[in-house]
Design a protein. Structure first.
Length: 450
């Protein structure tokens, strides 16, 4: 069989491993890579120039796709979706052969105990909480997807009674044609509008997590978030809100409770995770778990010990009574605002990055509202942030510098004992760094070097 793989990212590479070496391959990619496989059975095509750190699916030279339609089976990374629509339109012959890692896994997984988690932010934290609680309850659990391990790499080890926790981004869901047994949608805010043609298209992609559910499936969504409600609303399954009854929510006394009987789970001040946004993540995880087991001890064990994922409001160190936080995963204005609300000290904020055309007003409002004493504005959006702040009368702004070591040194000079330095960029990283992980790692390296 001749297999075409479109995109040589993590999912493309996992598809190659999944199908194995006993096939003929045409692998096409938007740029060169030193990780391409070699062999007489492999042909490689790419655009003959580096495209930098920009989002995949953004090239205009689509010649790299030439001949892909002649393959017997085609697996594409979802970021190529709009490129493929430009070239193949509604060509039924092409799309009948085209699939994704998402759909392959959905069709081949021997277990139907699948929990899919999506939303704009909080997916990784919520997915990890769910997986850890299931493990603490004695279940065999596999976690993957957008959180790190490509989902096809998990497939050979999954048994029928196992549980799968699957973190899913908008890209993976855009072409999806299956839905998991339990689907969870966290808060949705404007994101990735440099790829999606509209906010409506972004929400529609998220809704595919629920679109193919059956009446005995479960749809969990954030009460009061209209986009989350809209996404889950397409489900034919049982719909359960969280942050509202009958899902898990925070009672007036600070106790997280669930169900009509208000089963008491844990006080918010006992959560290891900091920030009120993590109350939502905890409630989402509890609501999902409650559909499987009512093991309160396991829930409490995890919620009192898990302090969070890397680059998500991660405390790097404390130096001279100044705390340094890495929130590089905060790639839009709303999530940066959430991070600011979670920090109780006066803040020196490092913000700015790749300009995706997302309005910065939520960030500006949060800066003016919360305890921000100074802003170091960096990257493509740095000038925009500085101008918006100065228009509002906020003068404590430094623009630049253009490398992380200088940025951190500048923050150290400004910060005083009792302050916090927070990297929460409110923007993607592609103008200066390969991804948010590299940006966060560079920040931590610079902080540790102080």
């Amino acid at each position: 069989m001749k297999i075409g793989i479109i995109g040589w990212g993590l999912e493309g590479q996992s598809a190659y491993r999944y199908f194995g070496p006993d096939h003929e391959y045409l692998i096409v990619n938007e740029q060169p890579s030193d990780k391409f496989p070699t062999g007489d059975n492999v042909k490689i095509q790419f655009v003959d120039k580096e495209k930098g750190y920009a989002l995949r699916g953004s090239v205009t030279d689509l010649s790299y796709l030439d001949g892909i339609e002649n393959c017997d089976k085609i697996v594409f990374q979802p970021t190529a979706y709009f490129n493929l629509k430009k070239v193949f339109g509604n060509n039924q012959d092409f799309w009948a052969k085209a699939t994704t890692a998402y759909d392959i896994f959905s069709e081949e997984c021997p277990s139907k105990n699948i929990i899919g988690v999506t939303g704009t932010k909080g997916k990784g934290t919520t997915s990890t909480l769910i997986a850890k609680i299931l493990q603490a309850s004695g279940k065999t659990v596999h976690i993957g997807g957008n959180i790190g391990t490509p989902i096809l790499d998990l497939l050979p080890n999954i048994k029928p009674g196992d549980w799968v926790v699957w973190e899913l981004a908008n890209f993976q869901l855009k072409p999806a044609s299956h839905s998991p047994h339990i689907a969870v949608c966290l808060m949705i805010t404007a994101e990735h509008l440099d790829w999606h043609p509209s906010m409506e298209d972004y929400v529609q992609a998220k809704s595919n997590l629920f679109k193919y559910q059956k009446p005995d499936d479960i749809a969990i969504y954030l009460a009061g978030n209209k986009y989350s409600e809209e996404a889950a609303g397409v489900s034919a399954g049982v719909k359960i809100p969280y942050f509202a009854n009958p899902g898990a929510y925070v009672r007036e006394d600070g106790m997280i409770v669930i169900g009509e009987e208000e089963a008491e789970i844990i006080k918010t001040h006992d959560l290891k995770l900091i920030g009120q946004h993590n109350w939502q993540n905890a409630c989402a995880a509890i609501t999902a778990i409650w559909q499987i087991t009512n093991n309160v001890d396991a829930i409490r064990q995890v919620l009192t010990s898990f302090s969070g994922l890397e680059h998500r409001l991660e405390l790097v160190r404390e130096l001279n009574d100044v705390k340094y936080y890495d929130d590089s995963f905060g790639t839009n204005p709303d999530t940066a605002a959430v991070a600011l609300a979670a920090i109780i000290q006066p803040v020196v904020l490092i913000a700015g990055g790749y300009d995706r055309g997302i309005p910065m007003e939520p960030l500006i409002a949060a800066i003016l509202k919360d305890r921000v004493k100074h802003v170091i504005a960096i990257g493509q959006t740095g000038g925009k942030i500085a101008e918006l702040l100065k228009d509002k009368g906020f003068k404590n702004v430094t623009t630049g510098p253009n490398n992380m070591a200088d940025i951190v040194r500048a923050a150290k000079e400004i910060a005083e004992p009792g302050d916090a330095v927070l990297l929460s960029p409110a923007a993607a990283s592609f103008d200066m760094f390969k991804n948010f992980e590299v940006r966060g790692s560079e920040f931590k390296k610079a902080v540790e070097a102080l």
